[in-house]
Design a protein around this ligand. Structure first.
Ligand SMILES: [Zn+2]
Length: 502
């Protein structure tokens, strides 16, 4: 395969294909985030890690990345797997559970689990998205989208809500292959449904429910949006009508992503996402993860100290373990894998210390530069080949061994090559060599969405300036100016500050 093409399995076509971005060198990427009604488990994080690796690999190619991942804090019902929007709202149900009793209301519960999510996100060194929109902050846009679909005759209202009429979207089923109407109808017949629905497969865009814990006023009275519409709307709001990649866990293929396609393409009349990437579920010790089996793990169950009720696993060992199997292969999480990953992380850290120590040594011929350059190429090639993480990790470890074995050949130029290599491995796999907590006390500050956005814009501006696209660079500067950000260019790069009001 070509050296500079990112190829990923596309669920839409059933084959591994190069990602051809709509705009050259720029990736528009949406990845479905969690419903914040409980702690996200390691299977959820495996899917967030796939998104993280896509961003890292795209950046390694020099692409600009607009990366959006959402937080679902309303509308995801217990029976939504059947596209029928029945059952109870997961947020409301959680509030009534034993764990939920400590929250005063469903908004407090959402806030708490969102904060936990961001902590775990940071612990596993996941890249902050350009924007992390929340469903409850985009209700107006969701209502407008539903209104538009009603006006077009694609959606209709009943006593209980507003539904998408799938007979108006012949492509329904193109992603999941779920075109078998009879099967689907049988599945949804088994759950409570709205008698007035034209077709059992029609899915809810808006649920009328004046008794719901979270409700908003709409042209159809008090109620709340269906689960699927939020991602269509937020993707469009932040990335435009068409995007390059849309990702999520394999459980989202149907109905969530199928419904997103129907909504988005009915609104824009354009292809919504060109590439659909799905991460396989994980098993734990060969079994399906479930609370009743006692093999259900959240990130904090594993990384918290034993004092705090956790198992004291190094977060980077957990990260490496979770990416040690390729995202679309069945993955079995075991404590053996965790142990092996811990050894790998220790090896990488020790190679880093060796290399750093060598910088002060006398200069001499570079003994490892060529071999490390080859390994770096194989590492990137592996990631470009449908995120082949096992091969990429193997190349990183081989490089680390080479560096550890330098012995008396450790001179300043070998050390520089070694550090270069380790830096590439770190940014591609997301394993830093220092103690994150110690080095980054302000880490929580990076959760500030303004700061994240500013940093991304500055990165894009630097790329634009490098490629002498001064028009784009000026546009970005103006955009920052409108956000109340002053950019200062200096010899060491650009810095920024919030303009003070006079
Ligand atoms: Zn989604």
């Amino acid at each position: 395969m070509s050296n500079d093409k990112l190829s990923l399995f596309n669920t839409l076509t059933g084959s591994v294909e190069p990602v051809r971005t709509i705009e050259d060198g720029k990736l528009r990427f949406y990845s479905c985030g969690p419903t914040v009604y409980s702690y996200a488990h390691i299977g959820n994080f495996r899917s967030f890690l796939t998104a993280d690796l896509i961003v890292r690999t795209a950046r390694a190619l020099g692409w600009e990345v607009d990366y959006v991942t959402n937080v679902t804090d309303v509308g995801h019902l217990t029976d939504d797997d059947l596209a029928d929007a029945s059952g109870e709202d997961r947020m409301a149900k959680a509030l009534k559970s034993d764990e939920g009793r400590r929250f005063a209301n469903v908004y407090d519960l959402a806030r708490y689990y969102t904060e936990v999510l961001l902590d775990d996100w940071h612990s596993l060194n996941l890249i902050e998205p350009t924007v992390r929109p929340r469903a409850t902050e985009h209700i107006r846009q969701q209502i407008e989208a539903v209104e538009h679909l009603v006006e077009q005759g694609i959606a209709y209202e009943t006593e209980k809500g507003v539904y998408f009429d799938i007979s108006r979207f012949p492509d329904y089923g193109k992603l999941s292959g779920n075109r078998d109407a009879e099967n689907l109808e049988q599945a949804v017949r088994d759950v409570v449904q709205d008698e007035e629905k034209r077709n059992a497969r029609d899915f809810a865009l808006w649920k009328k429910d004046p008794g719901h814990l979270m409700q908003w006023y709409s042209p159809w009275g008090w109620g709340f949006p269906g689960w699927h519409i939020e991602c269509s709307v937020m993707s469009m709001e932040y990335l435009g009508e068409q995007i390059d990649i849309h990702a999520g866990g394999e459980d989202l293929i149907f109905p969530h992503h199928e419904c997103e396609i129907a909504q988005s393409e009915s609104i824009s009349r354009k292809t919504f996402a060109n590439h659909w990437v799905h991460t396989r579920f994980l098993q734990v010790e060969g079994e399906k993860m479930s609370k009743s089996k006692g093999n259900f793990f959240t990130v904090r169950d594993l990384i918290a100290t034993p004092d705090e009720g956790g198992r004291g696993v190094d977060p980077m060992a957990l990260r490496l373990a979770l990416i040690s199997g390729q995202y679309r292969k069945p993955y079995n999480f075991t404590f053996e894998t965790l142990k092996a990953s811990m050894k790998h992380v220790e090896r990488l850290r020790s190679a880093f210390e060796t290399a750093r120590g060598g910088l002060d040594a006398a200069d001499g011929p570079d003994r490892v530069g060529d071999r490390l350059a080859d390994l770096r190429s194989s590492m990137l090639a592996a990631m470009l080949d449908d995120l082949n993480t096992p091969s990429a990790i193997a190349a990183a470890i081989e490089g680390a061994k080479l560096i550890q074995g330098l012995g008396e050949n450790l001179n300043a130029s070998s050390a520089r090559s070694a550090l270069d290599f380790l830096q590439s491995a770190s940014s591609l796999l997301g394993i830093p060599y220092h103690d994150q907590e110690a080095e980054d006390p302000s880490a929580s500050a990076s959760h500030d969405p303004l700061e994240t956005r500013v940093e991304e814009l500055l990165r894009q501006r630097a790329t634009a300036r490098e490629s002498k696209d001064f028009e784009r660079a000026d546009q970005i500067r103006e955009e920052l100016d409108e956000m109340g950000i002053e950019v200062m260019d200096g010899p060491g790069g650009s810095s920024w500050r919030r303009k003070t009001e006079i």
